[in-house]
Design a protein around this ligand. Structure first.
Ligand SMILES: *Cc1c(COP(=O)(O)O)cnc(C)c1O
Length: 417
C-alpha cells in the first residue's frame, strides 16, 4: 500500500524479530499502568455526568475536582491539578516554579542546562524585566552532568545546603544527546539532597517521562512533578493543557499561582473539555506504550541501516524520545520528509528547514498530527547542525507509526543512492 521497497521490508522484518522481547517488556509495563489508571477511575467513581461543561467561574465543577483525584492516584501523588488552562508544558512548569519559590530563595538545577524554553522563565536568557524568577529576586545555581552525561551525585551532594530551597531535575533528555533519568536515579538525587537539607523541595520536569516506567518520581520522594497534556499524559486526546502533581501543600500553592491566592483551585470553567481530559489520561498508558514501541522499532531499523542511535534498541526506556545520528543535513531532511509522508494529517506537505525563533541554526520538523505541536503523535525535530541528529517521538499506534518510520528510512536510503 505504501510502496515500501524490498530492502526496507527486509530490514523491517529483521528489526521486528529483534525487538520482540523488548516489546514484551513494554507490554508488561503498559498493562500495569493501564490497570493502575482503571483502578483510579473506579476508586474515584468517575461518572458520565462529570463531563458536563461549566461556564463563568466554574464553581463546584465535579469533573474538574474529580480528575485531580484520579490523576493524583494514578501517578502515586497526594494531590494534583489537571487543567486545560495551562497553555503548554513551559507554562505549567513556570506556574509550579512561581507557585513555590519566593524572593531570596535559591533554585538548584542538578541536570545541567535546563530545556530551552525554561531558560527565560528562570532569567538565564531573554530580556530582563519581563517577570522571570530572576526579576523577582529568586536565585539560580546549576550542577553540571558528568563527562558521560550522567548525574553527578557527589557534586549534587556538595551543592545542596540549607540555602537551597528547590532541587530541580529534568527527567527527559530534551533535544540533547544525554541519557534520560530513570525513576531510580531520581530517587538517588532525592536521597542525597534530603540528607543534606531535609526541607528541600525536589521538583521534576516530568515531560516525556509519564507512564514509561511503572512508577513516577513522586514514588521515590520527589515533592512535585509537572508536564504537558499534549505529550504523554494527554493520551493524544487532550487538545491542550498540563498537570502538576505531588505534595498537597505545594499543589495548593501552584493552584493559587494558576488563578489567584484565595481562589486557588475553586475556579476555572471546564468549557466542555472534561470528557477529553478524562479520556486522555485514561488512554495515556496505552498510547505511551505504542510510542515507546515505535521508538524502539525506529532505533532498531536505523541501527540496521548503519546509523548511531540513542537509546540503543535494547536499552530500558525512561522517556519516549529516540535520537538518530543521521550524519548529514541531506539525511535529516530526507528522514523528516519520509516521516511526514507516513502521517495521517498533512501527509502531502513537504517539510522544509527554517530559521525558527530561539535557535542558532535552521530547524526541520515533521508533524502530521491531529493536535498542533502534539509530540505524543509521531513527530521529528532536527536542528541542522552537528551531530546532525533527529529527535523522533510519539506514535499513537505502533501499526501505523511503523509505516512512518519505514518511509523515513526509505527516504534516507534513496538520498544515498
Ligand atoms: C516539551 C518540554 C518542555 C516544554 O513543554 P512545551 O509544551 O513545549 O512548552 C519542557 N521540558 C522538557 C524536558 C520538554 O520535553
Amino acid at each position: 500500500m505504501f510502496n515500501i521497497n524490498d530492502k526496507i521490508k527486509d530490514i523491517s522484518d529483521k528489526a521486528l524479530v529483534s525487538v520482540r522481547p523488548y516489546f514484551d517488556r513494554i507490554d508488561e509495563i503498559t498493562e500495569y499502568n493501564q490497570q493502575k489508571m482503571l483502578k483510579a477511575f473506579i476508586d474515584n467513581r468517575v461518572s458520565e455526568s462529570m463531563f458536563a461543561e461549566s461556564t463563568g467561574y466554574g464553581y463546584d465543577d465535579r469533573g474538574r475536582e474529580t480528575i485531580d483525584k484520579v490523576f493524583a492516584q494514578a501517578v502515586g501523588a497526594e494531590d494534583s491539578i489537571v487543567r486545560h488552562n495551562f497553555t503548554c508544558g513551559t507554562h505549567t512548569l513556570a506556574v509550579a516554579l512561581f507557585g513555590v519559590l519566593r524572593t531570596g530563595d535559591t533554585m538548584l538545577c542538578v541536570t545541567g542546562t535546563p530545556y530551552d524554553t525554561i531558560q527565560p522563565v528562570i532569567g538565564l536568557s531573554g530580556k530582563d524585566g519581563m517577570g522571570s524568577l530572576k526579576d523577582y529576586g529568586i536565585k539560580y545555581e546549576q550542577v553540571e552532568l558528568d563527562e558521560n552525561g550522567r548525574i553527578d551525585l557527589e557534586a549534587i551532594e556538595n551543592a545542596v545546603s540549607d540555602k537551597i530551597k528547590m532541587v530541580y531535575i529534568q527527567r527527559s533528555r530534551g533535544y540533547n544527546l544525554r541519557a534520560s533519568l530513570s525513576v531510580d536515579e531520581i530517587g538517588e538525587i532525592v536521597k542525597v539532597s534530603k540528607r543534606k537539607n531535609p526541607n528541600v523541595i525536589v521538583m521534576v520536569d516530568n515531560c516525556y517521562g509519564e507512564f514509561v516506567e511503572k512508577t513516577e518520581p513522586v514514588s521515590v520522594g520527589a515533592d512535585l512533578i509537572a508536564g504537558s497534556l499534549i505529550k504523554n499524559p494527554g493520551g493524544a486526546i487532550a487538545k491542550t493543557g498540563g498537570y502538576i502533581a505531588g505534595r498537597h501543600d505545594l499543589v495548593e500553592k501552584c493552584a493559587c499561582r494558576l488563578t489567584t491566592p484565595g481562589l486557588g483551585r475553586e475556579v476555572g470553567a471546564t468549557l466542555g473539555q472534561s470528557r477529553e481530559l478524562f479520556m486522555g489520561i485514561y488512554n495515556a498508558p496505552r498510547v505511551v506504550g505504542e510510542a515507546v514501541k515505535t521508538a524502539v522499532f525506529a532505533s532498531q531499523v536505523m541501527k540496521l541501516m548503519g546509523f548511531g542511535v540513542t537509546p540503543e534498541p535494547d536499552e530500558i526506556r525512561h522517556d519516549i524520545i529516540q535520537a538518530i545520528k543521521l550524519e548529514t543535513p541531506d539525511n535529516l531532511i530526507a528522514f523528516c520528509k519520509g516521516l511526514q509522508k507516513g502521517s495521517p494529517i498533512d501527509s502531502f506537505v513537504t517539510p522544509e528547514p527554517w530559521d525558527m525563533p530561539g535557535y542558532d541554526c535552521r530547524v526541520i520538523m515533521s508533524a502530521g498530527a491531529f493536535t498542533l505541536g502534539s509530540s505524543i503523535e509521531l513527530s521529528g525535530d532536527a536542528p541542522l547542525r552537528e551531530p546532525f541528529a533527529v529527535w523522533m517521538q510519539g506514535g499513537t499506534d505502533f501499526h501505523a507509526s511503523k509505516i512512518g518510520v519505514l518511509l523515513a528510512a526509505q527516504e534516507v536510503m534513496q538520498a544515498n543512492e
